[in-house]
Design a protein around this ligand. Structure first.
Ligand code: ATP
Length: 178
């Protein structure tokens, strides 16, 4: 049974923008949501790391940085343990919301054990979800669950505006069903 809208696509194509637009539309209609975003941080045009923020913006921390954190390394970045607490707290009221939103489920997020556990808890909760999924996700436990229960939306420059309504309608149908 489908219960997740899975947004994927090339880096920088507009996945986060699409999810934010869908979340905004749902919020205006009174739907309640929990989850987190993982925005990149640039300094003088150069990407120096990623933050993690709760969906409502009230919690935030570093997720990964080139310099300054000492969690497991992913490419050029060291992950930051402080991110685990934000992820945990961002979904602590999971039973009280209509929808879980996670941007994104990728190698960096899953490298932190606390975030991996949060994502598994979300997947076990029975709540519908709107997730950005890294196009090269290969996690042997999480990817099969997503594939079994998700409908994929591959974002391109051509379809990214049109997809907002498609994803929005699908997510609404999921919330009604669960
Ligand atoms: N529908 C759109 N119309 C115009 N510009 C857009 C649109 N969607 C995204 N953009 C622009 O493209 C850039 C990248 O968008 P966004 O961060 O949403 O991409 P992403 O796929 O989430 O990136 P990443 O792979 O880094 O997570 C931003 O500057 C954003 O303003």
């Amino acid at each position: 049974m489908e219960m997740y809208a899975l947004v994927t696509g090339r880096p920088g194509v507009g996945k986060t923008t699409l999810v934010r637009r869908v979340v905004e539309k749902l919020r205006k209609e009174g739907y309640t949501m929990a989850g987190f975003f993982c925005p990149e941080v640039r300094q003088s045009g150069r990407r120096i790391g990623f933050r993690i923020t709760s969906l409502d913006g009230s919690l935030e921390a570093w997720l990964a940085k080139i310099e300054g954190c000492n969690g497991p390394r992913v490419g050029r970045y060291n992950t930051c343990q402080e991110a685990e607490e934000v992820a945990r707290r961002a979904v602590e009221h999971i039973d009280d919301v209509d929808l879980i939103v996670i941007d994104e489920i990728g190698p960096m997020e899953l490298r932190l054990r606390g975030i991996r556990e949060v994502i598994l808890r979300v997947l076990r909760s029975g709540k519908p979800g709107l997730f950005v999924v890294h196009e090269r996700l290969s996690d042997r436990e999480i990817l099969p669950i997503l594939q079994r229960r998700g409908r994929w939306y591959r974002v391109t420059v051509e379809n990214r505006d049109r997809l907002v309504d498609d994803v929005y309608s699908f997510v609404k149908s999921l919330v009604k069903r669960y």
